[in-house]
Design a protein around this ligand. Structure first.
Ligand code: GLN
Length: 570
């Protein structure tokens, strides 16, 4: 039978519960256990697919097409697994299931209530993954939000019941809290943690482990106090001091023996984890011998969570290239202003060795993205377009190289005369917005000899998607005549998945989301190639600058030797 670990949080949100859960998963996996992670979100949306990135950050997409919380991205990256739709549950989904049953008359005349019906459905979902896969040793369930939220209550109540129904060693609870450092007093404060645990214990859940998120290490005195007030052994209070890289967290917890104590608590007999390759990876991230700068031109740039997987993919891609990737965030709307001339673009992208246009929806900031693409194309700066980024690249090339002055996407202008991007056939007539895009993993055939093929090194790949619009095949030939290579298509050749410009050092755009499959120990091939191209571009710029410096020196010294002073001195 699987063991169940629950991860909750208190005091404030954004403590990094997802990273903590993923790190524990990482350690248990490194100990040879088969671990699955799942996230239960208390909000009423059925999934985050229809939420704005400003509300929720990135929507992570799984192979099976499920649109999920971004923490599932951390889970996949930290445990090198592929998750599915059953690994993310929202309160909306719980009610959707219950109401469908109620309409079918399955409650046989009973009143449908939060307890027991909602809690029963939550309990069913706690065990569902392990019931479907008997090889799973540990299920880690993270509860979104914080203890004390009205919305979280049915989830916590379900966990309370579930723990009571299992034997003591089959479940454990980890609670994350904030231990703030009060600058004026020069000390850390444990009171918020005490309150948060009191709240949790009030619901009937005694945490077995506490992870204290702090800026400063908590120290023995605070640890003793927290343990005493929160009713748990001192050795079960862990220091969660801010780390430089999220990938350090598993090692920080391992150093404090967390995984060993957790295994003891759950009576899991395992070997010590082998953290060598993880540690090497973290060292490469923390100490890169050099850096490159890559600009990301998007419309949600104030909220970095909207581009979480892209940020991580760059960190991963830096490793094999022996560089750190500095990300320069450019708001695409800022590029739209008519006063932004070429000179200004030069200033904005100065010192950038690559430009990336991420995915997105709606027409805000589109013309800015198109200008950035043109700048990259004409100045031979490595360019990578993702989803909407590909669609913008088609518009830019359509307008400038193919001669379709009015080229556009029908997403932004339904009546335009040259819809080089248009709605996919099977999207026509789709009314509901939730879960109806072209989603999840689809196969793609690569053209031998293309840049994409050289990156992947295989002819058939699979990538994850989330879009409604596609390249309009009616224009494909014109684009090919203008020098575009459609290097990746659906197996039947009907759907463009990748386009590139062979005449450019690196100009590649994809209809899918490669960032969703990048892993810290296995960077995504296209991100890796983009960073490699950025490194080459940087080297070229450095050589040119060095050459110029020598030339300037020569001119200066020539000037000196020709000057009357030096002549008279001679
Ligand atoms: N809005 C575009 C479409 O639906 C691009 C989507 C995306 O970038 N994820 O096709």
């Amino acid at each position: 039978m699987a063991k169940y670990l629950f991860v909750t949080g208190g005091v404030v949100s954004a403590l990094g519960k997802g990273i903590a859960a993923a790190s524990l998963g990482n350690l248990l996996k490194a100990r040879g256990l088969n671990v699955v992670l799942q996230k239960f979100d208390p909000y009423l949306n059925v999934d985050p697919g229809t939420m704005s990135p400003y509300q929720h950050g990135e929507v992570f997409v799984l192979d099976d097409g499920a649109e999920c919380d971004l923490d599932l991205g951390h889970y996949e990256r930290f445990t090198d697994t592929k998750l599915n739709q059953y690994n993310n549950l929202t309160c909306g989904r719980v009610y959707e299931t219950i109401l469908a049953k109620e309409r079918k008359g399955e409650y046989l005349g009973r009143t449908v209530q939060v307890i027991p019906h909602v809690t029963d459905e939550i309990k069913r979902r706690i065990t569902l993954c392990a019931n479907n896969d008997p090889t799973i040793d540990v299920v880690i369930t993270e509860i979104g939000g914080t203890v004390g939220d009205i919305e979280s209550q049915p989830f916590l109540e379900a966990i309370r019941q579930f723990r009571l129904e299992q034997s003591y060693h089959d479940t454990a609870s980890v609670h994350l809290t904030l231990v703030p450092y009060i600058k004026a007093a020069g000390e850390i404060k444990t009171k918020p943690t005490q309150h948060s645990v009191r709240e949790l214990r009030g619901i009937g859940i005694q945490p077995d482990f506490l992870m204290c998120r702090t800026e400063q290490p908590i120290g023995e005195e605070a640890r003793r106090k927290i343990a005493l007030f929160c009713n748990l052994p001192q050795g079960h209070v862990f220091d969660g001091t801010d780390a430089k890289s999220i990938y350090e967290v598993p090692m920080n917890l391992h150093r404090q023996n967390f995984d060993e104590l957790l295994c003891q608590r759950l009576m899991l007999e395992t070997e010590a984890p082998d953290m060598d390759s993880w540690e090497r990876m973290v060292n490469s991230i923390l100490n890169p011998p050099d850096t490159v700068r890559i600009a990301i031109v998007g419309k949600y740039v104030e909220l970095k969570d909207a581009y979480k997987s892209i940020i991580e993919s760059f960190i991963h891609a830096g490793i094999p290239n022996h560089v750190g990737v500095d990300q320069v965030w450019v708001d695409s709307e800022d590029l739209e202003n008519s006063e932004v001339g070429d000179q200004r673009l030069k200033e904005i992208f100065e010192d950038c060795h690559g430009i990336l246009i991420p995915g997105g929806f709606g027409d805000r900031g589109i013309e800015g993205k198109i200008r950035a693409i043109r700048f990259a194309r004409l100045n031979k700066i490595p360019f990578f377009g993702i989803c909407l980024g590909l669609q913008c690249a088609m518009i830019e090339i359509g307008r400038d190289l193919v001669g379709l002055e009015k080229a556009n996407s029908s997403e932004f202008d339904q009546a335009n005369v040259h819809p080089v991007i248009h709605l996919m056939e099977d999207q026509k007539g789709v009314i509901n917005k939730g879960g109806t895009m072209r989603l999840g993993s689809w196969p793609c055939h690569l053209k031998p000899g293309s840049r994409a093929y050289n990156s992947y090194g295989e002819l058939e790949i699979k990538e994850r998607h989330r879009h409604r619009y596609e390249v309009n095949n009616a224009y494909r030939q014109q684009f090919e005549e203008a020098g575009v290579v459609f290097s990746g298509t659906s197996p039947d050749g009907e759907l463009v998945e990748i386009m590139e410009l062979p005449s450019h050092p690196f100009f590649v755009a994809v209809q899918f989301h490669p960032e969703l499959k990048s892993r810290p120990r296995e960077a995504h091939p296209l991100f890796k190639s983009l960073v490699e191209a950025a490194v080459d571009h940087q080297n070229m710029c450095r050589e040119e600058a060095a050459k110029k410096a020598v030339e300037n020196e020569e001119i200066a010294s020539e000037g000196e030797s020709n000057s009357p002073v030096s002549r008279s001195e001679a």
